[in-house]
Design a protein around this ligand. Structure first.
Ligand code: DHB
Ligand code: MG
Length: 222
């Protein structure tokens, strides 16, 4: 199988399993037009996040890394009535694109975009008593994935779900001596997830339109 086949299979899955969605297509177009990198989750992955929120019955969702708000909109669609998504974005320009996309998707009331480095906002959220969050999606700078997982643990409760994107990185995570900060941060997240007694954890490798990567999935133990 080649990367091309992965693309084709993702397109087939979108065709068979996902409805045409002008709002989400427009979100991707607006993000690209604004010059944001095309590193959004894929449509099947976005729907996976929505379904996770539904399965968990989530009312409070925390996203670390908003980018143009594509995954934010999927998450907002998965929360219970009265629920909220708090999403953290370091780049003001990205946050502006996300704000417009979230508005167009009719989700503004459900989404709180906090513009600052997440490692500043996360302790503030803890101090505000903003949690506990039922679902946390970590998808920001990979160098800090371990630090974000640490804060996710502070902001969740037993039964909460924590998902971290991009934990395989085309297999680069095998390199224990890597000088790449993204690889090191990703390995830190995996090693924390595997060693912290508060979590039940697994990871799934994925292929698709974004190549070979994967999700870390954790549940906070009761
Ligand atoms: C990158 C970041 C992501 O969140 C992703 O899903 C894919 C790639 C990146 O920084 O290259
Ligand atoms: Mg990602």
């Amino acid at each position: 199988m080649t990367d091309n086949s992965w693309n084709d299979v993702d397109a087939y899955l979108c065709n068979v399993l996902l409805e045409e969605d002008d709002t989400l297509s427009q979100t991707l177009r607006a993000s690209t037009q604004a010059g944001l990198p095309e590193i959004n989750v894929t449509p099947p992955q976005g729907k996976f996040l929505m379904l996770l929120a539904q399965i968990r019955g989530a009312t409070a969702v925390l996203e670390i890394g908003t980018l143009g708000g594509y995954s934010t909109i999927w998450l907002a669609r998965g929360i219970q009535p009265g629920g909220r998504v708090v999403t953290l974005e370091v780049e003001p320009a990205s946050a502006e694109v996300a704000r417009a996309n979230v508005e167009r998707a009719g989700c503004s009331e459900l989404v709180d975009i906090r513009v600052a480095p997440a490692l500043e906002t996360l302790p503030q959220l803890a101090a505000e008593g903003a949690g506990p969050f039922d679902l946390v999606f970590i998808d920001a700078d990979k160098a800090n994935s371990g630090n974000y997982l640490h804060w996710a643990l502070e902001l969740t409760r037993p039964g909460s779900v924590i998902v971290c994107d991009n934990v395989i990185r085309h297999g680069q995570i095998l390199d224990a001596e890597s000088a790449d900060e993204d690889v090191r941060g990703t390995r830190a997240a995996l090693e924390l997830a595997g060693s912290d007694g508060r979590l039940d954890t697994t990871a799934l490798q994925t292929v698709g339109a974004k190549g070979w990567d994967g999700f870390l999935l954790c549940v906070v133990k009761g």
